[in-house]
Write a protein that binds this ligand. Sequence first.
Ligand SMILES: Nc1nc2c(ncn2[C@@H]2O[C@H](COP(=O)(O)OP(=O)(O)O)[C@@H](O)[C@H]2O)c(=O)[nH]1
Ligand SMILES: [Mg+2]
Length: 377
Amino acid sequence: MGGDASGSGNGEEITNVLLLGKTGVGKSALLNCLFGDSVVKSGSGAPVTTKGIHPQRPFKYGRMMIRIYDSWGLEPGDSDTWKSIIDREIGKTRTASVEEWFHTIIYCVDAQKSRLDDFEIKKIIRPLLNEGNQIVFVLTKADIAGERKLKAVREVITKEFPGVMIFPVGSVEAKLRNGTVKKPEGREPLLRYFAVNLRRNLMNQFLRNSGDLAEKFVSSAHLRALETVKKELGLLGTASYRDRFRKFLEDAISREYQEASRALFGKMTLDLQKINRISSSVFENFRGEVISFDDAKLPALADANRVAGMFRSRDLLFLLLGGPGMLVLFIRNLFRTRHYLQEAEKLLGEADKRLLGESRRFLEAVREQEKSRSWDG
Ligand SMILES: Nc1nc2c(ncn2[C@@H]2O[C@H](COP(=O)(O)OP(=O)(O)O)[C@@H](O)[C@H]2O)c(=O)[nH]1
Ligand SMILES: [Mg+2]
């Protein structure tokens, strides 16, 4: 129990792995090959026979926990069922918290078949990729497929999905005709790449979700501030009302945008911390590399108090309007046109720009930092 003081994985985080592929392709054999006893001992329980994606009981692997989401009953005949299953899962990844995302996705293709079904491409793989998921392809039964077939299936996949990573794996021990035993093959490179794929996937989801989140937070701060202001609109035109209105507007913006800044930057920071812990843990266990995934240049940008400080009430309008001349103009407009709401909207627009600008700057820095990382294999 307790926090993760060392900054590296200590087995508290659960890594979620989605395992996809048609029935009989070799998913269960692959799991055994990758995780051996750990997954067997976890006793995934009674075999499921409902079409869909089923979380298994998490098991310990090295110093980490893994939870497999096994897919069952993926067949061309049920293409529409699968489309809705995948859509539902994608929806979850957009809304749920990091712990509930699929952290990495493995798609199994039988190397002997040299092809992908149309429904796999259109209903499963492409929708997932379109949502920013990273998928690792595994060519199963590579041990018995032969070079020609391996090459053919690789070409099919690459043609359809350029740039994806593909790993041939022979998951079971095979007894050859001459009596020698062929050991499972292809496990190590897959596990090494698995870590990289997981990191990329998590960061993609994070960047996309946080971009959406920033917009949501800003627009709800905007709406709430506007509602408050509307309630206050009454006797227009008098000088004392203008002053009161100005103060009121300042307070509303200050309150709502400070709160939004704290919530948004708090959430992004927390998500990144979780992602970094999961990444460390996977890199350590799958690659034997201890990497600290935090960075010195981000904290200032991510500082929720700093951002909230931009909306502190004192002279806020002055700041948002960009100087004394503009402030005078603003007050005169209130007097002349009595378009209080219009002026309020303009100011809220400025506040929106500020908060969105700060979040974009932060996310851009995260993206840049991530781009500068490089891993072999
Ligand atoms: N030779 C060989 N046989 C495999 C491999 N993977 C799976 N099989 C066999 O294919 C059959 C179906 O495998 P299974 O893992 O149950 O498929 P699932 O339905 O996707 O879980 C089993 O008889 C496995 O022994 C492999 O890599 N090489
Ligand atoms: Mg199975």
